[in-house]
Design a protein around this ligand. Structure first.
Ligand SMILES: Cc1cc2nc3c(=O)[nH]c(=O)nc-3n(C[C@H](O)[C@H](O)[C@H](O)COP(=O)(O)OP(=O)(O)OC[C@H]3O[C@@H](n4cnc5c(N)ncnc54)[C@H](O)[C@@H]3O)c2cc1C
Length: 503
């Protein structure tokens, strides 16, 4: 049987839809399978960071979605007495040239991503259809799908990606297992629709580190508001979602008769990361590969980073018609880059969870005393920043940081570079002509006196890093910063396949 589709993506949540669109925009033929005819109508994620926004920019959806979001002025951690213990800023600029952090409405985002993904040429949709099982051989993967009328069909693809959420049948079917990072707390999530602005509610997200009932208040766009409340061991989850109990639990903030309770649901917040992210031709992404408590709003953002990391590599694997053996060194960098990154974030979130969730009044009093006596600014008390990528085959000397995005001719640099490498050099002699004939490398030489915005930015970049050359990957991470780009010619060539094809 010949492969009909290059890649099959199972799951059209935010991660599967992002991955499908990023692949299709690169000319990859994608089969997408989703069991639900419509997007999940209630929000789970509320916060998106600048890297997520940068991905929306790449998808051409930022101008449509950004006006519906609200800025995050900063996430505060407060004591039971309402004193601010520390703060993670959200209102500063970002390296991406976009707001550092925004709040959004997930069904709107998911719907827009889904519509966009399904509208792209090369995308074949099986929606609604359920993946029942799959099997792989040396050349591809065969999927068995069940349709709403009870019929079954088989589809064939070269690669299968499970973006099918926390229960991930793809992860299970591929025999991939999760490592438990040691967090297991039940929380109640209550989404409200306010009839009018309620000025007494915080206008920024606030973690109330109150040992009697740790909880979080989160403003969302269009007068939506969320409370997340930790449940005690003795709390019965079924009882916690009853309207009278919800009213009681929120009574410190508002009278629920004044608002509409859109939903109340309990979740178990976990810290889980898959041990392996690939088995042969099958890979996993998003909640299928990792789950974390939502305290820093990083779960979906991390899943979108998986999609970005995988899309440019998989597109090159497909274009160069690599077989499994040839593709393995490329695809293994997906796990070796993404797993430590998401693990570091999950561990940071769990550490913050330790601060937020303590039920021990003595510990909480001591924590509050210590943090209130800390002479450092609120932002520096327990700082959080996104990690860099660890060194590896595609992260060489000087690499691993996200590259900046200055405006270039009124647009972001990413729009100019597109799905290419960006090679910045001080002098033409720093770049072997070999690089200049590669069709997926945009070379910028910072000739002295050049007036172009991009050249000026490039010159500043080289100067600030004290190097002659910088090579940036299509996902905007720096691959190399040094004096001789030929050091990474082999690493770059990994992506061109045996025959150097990029048709
Ligand atoms: C209370 C809460 C608050 C959160 N807050 C934030 C936040 O502020 N910021 C943030 O970044 N993250 C947050 N998260 C995490 C975020 O919601 C998830 O990480 C994200 O939604 C996961 O997206 P996904 O696409 O990986 O999975 P999902 O959205 O779960 O999508 C998986 C899809 O796969 C489909 N599927 C499953 N099995 C099959 C099958 N056999 N056949 C066909 N289709 C199938 C499902 O129908 C589903 O549509 C929060 C989570 C919770 C619970």
């Amino acid at each position: 049987m010949t492969s009909v589709h290059d890649v099959a993506v199972v799951g059209l949540g935010p991660v599967g839809a992002t991955l499908t669109a990023l692949l299709a925009q690169r000319g990859v033929r994608v089969l997408v399978v989703e069991q639900s005819a419509d997007v999940f109508a209630l929000p789970r994620a509320a916060h998106i960071d600048h890297m997520g926004l940068r991905t929306l920019q790449e998808l051409g959806l930022l101008d449509e979605l950004l006006p519906g979001m609200i800025p995050n002025p900063g996430l505060e951690f407060r004591s039971a007495d309402g004193e601010t213990l520390m703060r993670i800023p959200g209102d500063q600029g970002s390296v991406s040239g976009l707001p550092a952090s925004m709040y959004f409405h997930q069904p709107t985002l998911d719907g827009t991503l889904r519509r966009h993904a399904l509208s792209l040429p090369g995308v074949t949709a099986r929606v609604p259809a359920t993946l029942e099982s799959f099997g792989q051989d040396q050349d591809g993967v065969t999927l068995r799908l069940r349709h709403p009328d009870g019929t079954e069909t088989r589809e064939r693809a070269s690669w299968l990606i499970g973006a099918d959420g926390s229960w991930s049948p793809v992860r299970e079917g591929a025999g991939l297992t999760l490592e438990d990072l040691g967090f297991d707390e039940r929380w109640l999530v209550v989404d409200l629709q306010l009839p009018r602005p309620m000025p007494h509610l915080p206008t920024q997200a606030v973690h109330m580190c109150d040992p009697r009932r740790p909880h979080t208040a989160i403003p969302m766009p269009d007068l939506r508001y969320r409370f997340e409340l930790q449940l005690n061991e003795e709390d019965d989850p079924a009882e916690a979602v009853r309207p009278e109990r919800v009213a009681e639990l929120l009574s410190g903030w508002l009278d629920v008769d004044d608002v509409e309770v859109v939903r109340a649901a309990t979740y178990v917040f976990h810290g889980l990361v898959a041990r392996r992210w690939r088995a042969g031709r099958v890979l996993i992404a998003g909640d299928a590969a990792h789950q974390m408590p939502p305290f820093l709003g990083q779960g979906m953002c991390s899943g979108m980073r998986d999609a970005v990391n995988l899309a440019w590599k998989l597109a090159r694997v497909v274009r160069a018609r690599m077989d499994l053996a040839e593709a393995e060194p490329v695809l293994d960098t997906y796990e070796s880059e993404r797993k430590p990154h998401v693990r570091a974030i999950t561990e940071a979130v769990i550490a913050f969870g330790g601060v937020i969730c303590s039920r021990d009044p003595e510990y909480a009093a001591e924590r509050d005393r210590r943090l209130l006596a800390d002479p450092r600014p609120l932002e520096k008390r327990i700082p959080f920043s996104l990690p860099r990528l660890q060194p590896g085959p595609l992260v060489a000397e000087g690499g691993g940081r996200l590259f900046g995005q200055p405006p270039v001719r009124g647009r972001g640099l990413d729009d100019t570079v597109g799905d290419r490498f960006l090679l910045i050099a001080r002098d033409r002699r720093d770049v072997d002509p070999w690089w200049c004939v590669q069709d997926d490398v945009l070379t910028v030489v910072t000739e002295p006196g050049a007036g172009d915005e991009l050249r000026r930015f490039a010159a500043r970049t080289l100067e600030s890093r004290g190097v002659r050359v910088v090579l940036v990957r299509p996902d905007r991470y720096v691959l190399y910063a040094g004096d001789d780009v030929d050091h990474v010619r082999e690493a770059y060539s990994l992506l061109r396949g045996r025959e150097g094809v990029l048709s």
